[in-house]
Ligand binder design. Sequence first.
Ligand SMILES: Cc1cc2nc3c(=O)[nH]c(=O)nc-3n(C[C@H](O)[C@H](O)[C@H](O)COP(=O)(O)OP(=O)(O)OC[C@H]3O[C@@H](n4cnc5c(N)ncnc54)[C@H](O)[C@@H]3O)c2cc1C
Ligand code: FES
Length: 266
Amino acid sequence: MSNNPYLPFKSQIINITKQTEVDWTYQLACDIKPQWGQFVEVSIPGVGECPISISDFGEGYIEMTIRRVGKVTNIIHQLDKVDHLFIRGPYGNGFPVPEFSGKQLIIAAGGTGLAPVKSIINHFYRNPSNLSQLDLLAGFKSPSDILFQEDLALWANQFNVLVTVDKMLGDTPWNCKEGLITKWVPEIKIPNLEEARIIVVGPPVMMKYTVQEFLKLGITEENIWVSFERKMCCGIGKCGHCKIDDTYVCLEGPVFNFTKAKNLMD
Ligand SMILES: Cc1cc2nc3c(=O)[nH]c(=O)nc-3n(C[C@H](O)[C@H](O)[C@H](O)COP(=O)(O)OP(=O)(O)OC[C@H]3O[C@@H](n4cnc5c(N)ncnc54)[C@H](O)[C@@H]3O)c2cc1C
Ligand code: FES
């Protein structure tokens, strides 16, 4: 790979896991050392480029979970193991994971919002003594939209994992609840409000109302972080596509403390 973070490099697909009909996880051979919650720009020559969160990483590989929605992602879903993608990055700031040490970490993730936090959950799964408690609240539209089912089952051995779907349609492959994430926030046991650190990631409307629920419980704004998926182009502060007022989401984000994020949300 290139040492220049602005230059795309070729990366081989070593595994593909189909999470749902449209969300597939790609494991790529790659030596980058990302921070939790950072993203890369993924490109197909002659087609285009798109920002994708790093959903997990380890020695010699990264993982991304890519939803098929358009031009670039349609082509990516046509690729197979041993094919290559072009990657540049990692970009963005990521989550302040060391700040969560010794605390209760509560993660509320909506849909593909679970992807950018998966590596954090795995980190604490491997290092459980670094937290006093981890609660994961994961919400999906329907049972067939549930991502990372094997991981959810594994994490539930060690953490408080609650999976909820907006509508329970037919059989559910995971023992989950029904209702929006906001409905379940008050159910989370928080022994010490000052010791709780909150991450909320998902569609803008989900983040807005979920954060409100945590604020109602008495969590302070500075203990809440969110991650934005803005439309991006360059990923490096040059094109202005991601700008909200004077803030470049690609450079200063995508992760924001809520004290800042509240001024960027509609
Ligand atoms: C920081 C960041 C992290 C992301 N992480 C992931 C991830 O982990 N997995 C994933 O599947 N996607 C992720 N996305 C969204 C992803 O970048 C878009 O889905 C992708 O750009 C679509 O490209 P395309 O060429 O396939 O679709 P296009 O043909 O460009 O667009 C198809 C449709 O998707 C809409 N769209 C394009 N980009 C976005 C966007 N950023 N947000 C909302 N709608 C969009 C378009 O308006 C259009 O309606 C992330 C975006 C950002 C900014
Ligand atoms: S994506 Fe180009 S400036 Fe942020």
